[in-house]
Design a protein around this ligand. Structure first.
Ligand code: MG
Length: 177
């Protein structure tokens, strides 16, 4: 691209963090996988904390505002929406900017349930939604060693980072772009 248009592919990264509290009578959805458990996460959408952290990481990488801005919980059309669908829409925002997603990596922090058996399916769901291969989607899980709100099984937290490349004119800010 740089030869014909004068644009350079500039690498950018973003970080995302989210937390949702457990609630009775809700399905537990993580990375688009419904995991059998006696409670789920509370939220306006399906409360998929992992997808939300990943969405914010991607939006942050391209200098966009967070998912609460793009998909406000005051909008009834997002009630109960699949967060995998929200990831698709974040992918569309990325595409509109001409950016390409290189990879995402993420960590779920949950005392229970065990999510390890579901990680492969989560990576598959997330990669499909974002149009990248599963090997570019990291999903890791850890406990909080019984400490704090996660340790008391009050909720689940997730961190994510995303790496993108975006076409940038040479005059724009950035190292020798
Ligand atoms: Mg959230």
């Amino acid at each position: 691209m740089s030869e014909s248009t004068g644009l350079a592919w500039v690498p950018l990264s973003g970080i995302g963090y989210d937390v949702h509290a457990f609630a009775e009578g809700r399905a537990l959805v993580l990375g688009g996988v419904t995991i059998p458990f006696h409670k789920g996460l509370d939220g306006h959408s399906d409360a998929d904390v992992l997808c939300h952290a990943i969405a914010d990481a991607i939006l942050g990488a391209i200098g966009e505002q967070d998912i609460g801005h793009h998909f406000p919980n005051t909008d009834a059309s997002y009630r109960g929406i699949s967060s995998i669908e929200l990831l698709r829409r974040v992918g569309a925002i990325l595409a509109k900017r001409g950016a390409r997603l290189m990879n995402v990596d993420s960590t779920l922090i949950a005392e229970a349930p065990k999510v390890g058996p579901h990680v492969a399916a989560m990576r598959e769901n997330i990669s499909k939604a974002l149009g990248i291969t599963p090997d570019r989607v990291g999903v890791k899980a850890t406990t909080n060693e019984r400490m704090g709100f996660v340790g008391r099984e009050e909720g689940i937290a997730a961190f994510a980072v995303a790496s993108v490349i975006i076409p940038t004119p040479p005059t724009a800010s950035g190292p020798s772009a």
